[in-house]
Design a protein around this ligand. Structure first.
Ligand code: ADP
Ligand code: MG
Length: 458
């Protein structure tokens, strides 16, 4: 095969991959790849894919192996075997040229006054978009729902209720929805407010006897974003007003998006009628980011701040920081310290900053592979011998794949090592297992609960 063909094949393959991954993941990982070589062997293709660094290679292998294989097999109409290799002098200009549609920042909008005005009026923050939102199993459902709502506000899911702990990206996602809606229709009437602002607005309205003005303001909206709705619980007058606002909007086919730190069923002192209204829409949760997602977020945030990090540094931070919000804070601290103390940003300076007595920044499952094997075996009531044995029956194979997933993503062991520990398996088997469980966890609540349950036992 000649070079042009390789470029074309890779271009087609990436076009189909683009549909299945978020824009941020796409631009973070796939823009740093190139198809190096295609050979035929016994009616199969052997394909070499170059990655710009060991880190990109590891991520693509563990997360996207199946996806790439499928789409290449479709493009070439024959089964494909893949080999990934690191190639630092990669010629990646072939693909990004055609995908410059997904930059991290959208500069064009800066020039557009009308858009600027719409953003300002709505309270939507432009720095939070789908393009700089990384996706993995912990937030995939929420991301997909948010994208659907931003495409068809008022139609897809109404209300959309996103819940999860502090700093997992709820506010970011909500802003991303607003960003897309305004970009699609700059005269749409949007309002982003927090539960607290909404409460103050009502209290003020009641005090000044201007509740009518309040109603006019809220009920004419096309989309209402209410962040941290749990704040209105227990406040009767506020809930009353919100109930009517909510009904008026939804009845007119206007979109309502809510976030909270817990699901409606667990917000105490939330009126029953509100709870049932929320439950009539779509409720999705975001859990804590796993290691791979933390790495992706670190890369996005570092890029935004103009900080250069090598692979080891990214891993070091991801291994010690648990939420996206802490990542942002840590990187800010890192860049300011580097500036003040004239330090280079490298593993040493990162270590010393992490080493600061800040209990918040240490998070990592501190378990040995044996502990994990023991817990997985107990959790599924599958004997250790069977777990590490040859059987491919699903009641054993699935727990084994979950075991591989945890060893790989939480204990951060290399693929080969995971294969060795789990009964001498090939690293590609491990790769497939991680890939499969990642996909499963994004769709299947039971799988997610199993993984959480096992981690809690560790
Ligand atoms: P929450 O509202 O859930 O408390 P935020 O939306 O405020 O969390 O997110 C905290 C920080 O983490 C923000 O800087 C946000 O951009 C970042 N963040 C969270 N999740 C992601 C993600 N998946 N990709 C990129 N950045 C993220
Ligand atoms: Mg928030």
């Amino acid at each position: 095969m000649n070079k042009i063909n390789n470029e074309e094949i890779w271009h087609d393959c990436l076009e189909s991959i683009k549909v299945s991954v978020s824009p941020a993941n796409f631009s973070t990982w796939f823009s740093q790849t190139q198809l190096l070589n295609v050979e035929t062997k016994d009616k199969r293709y052997l394909i070499e894919i170059g990655c710009s660094s060991a880190y990109v290679k590891a991520t693509i292998e563990s997360r996207y192996f199946g996806l790439i294989q499928d789409s290449l097999s479709k493009t070439l109409e024959a089964p494909c075997d893949l080999i990934f290799m690191v190639k630092s002098d990669l010629d990646t200009k072939t693909y990004p040229k055609k995908t410059t549609k997904t930059p991290l920042f959208d500069k064009k909008t800066n020039d557009n006054e009308k858009l600027s005005y719409s953003f300002k009026k709505s309270g939507i923050r432009r720095r939070y978009t789908f393009n700089n939102f990384a996706v993995s199993s912990s937030n995939q459902m929420a991301w997909a729902a948010a994208e659907a709502v931003s495409d068809k506000p008022g139609i897809a899911y109404n209300p959309l209720f996103i819940w999860g702990g502090v700093g997992v990206g709820k506010t970011h996602l909500m802003n991303a929805v607003g960003y897309n809606i305004i970009k699609n229709k700059d005269d749409a009437l949007l309002l982003f407010c927090t539960g607290e602002q909404f409460t103050n607005d009502i209290v003020e309205g009641i005090r000044r006897k201007t509740t009518q003005a309040f109603r006019d303001k809220y009920r004419k909206l096309d989309v209402l974003f209410l962040d941290d709705i749990q704040f209105i619980a227990g406040k009767d007058a506020v809930q009353e007003e919100f109930f009517h606002t909510f009904n008026a909007l939804v009845l007119e086919g206007k979109q309502v998006i809510l976030t909270s730190d817990r699901p409606p069923s667990e917000i105490s002192k939330l009126e029953e009628r509100l709870r049932s209204r929320f439950e009539a829409g779509l409720i999705v949760d975001i859990s804590r980011p796993d290691f791979e997602l933390r790495c992706a977020i670190i890369q996005i945030k570092a890029k935004e701040k103009g900080i250069e990090l090598d692979t080891n540094s990214v891993h070091l931070i991801a291994g010690n920081i648990s939420t996206a919000r802490e990542i942002e804070g840590f990187l800010t601290k890192l860049s300011s310290q580097a500036l003040i103390k004239q330090l280079e940003i490298n593993e040493d300076s990162i270590k010393s900053l992490i080493g600061k007595p800040n209990e918040e920044v240490t998070f990592k499952i501190k378990a040995s592979p044996d502990d994990v094997i023991g817990v997985v075996s107990r959790y599924y009531s599958v004997g250790k011998r069977q777990l590490l044995g040859k059987s491919r029956a699903r009641p054993i194979a699935t727990p084994r794949q979950v075991l591989m997933y945890i060893l790989r993503t939480d204990l951060q062991l290399p693929l080969q090592e995971v294969g060795r520990i789990t009964g001498g398996r090939d690293h590609t088997t491990v790769m497939h297992a991680v890939d499969k469980i990642t996909k499963l966890a994004s769709k299947d609540v039971q799988t997610r609960e199993d993984i959480m349950g096992i981690k809690n036992m560790l």
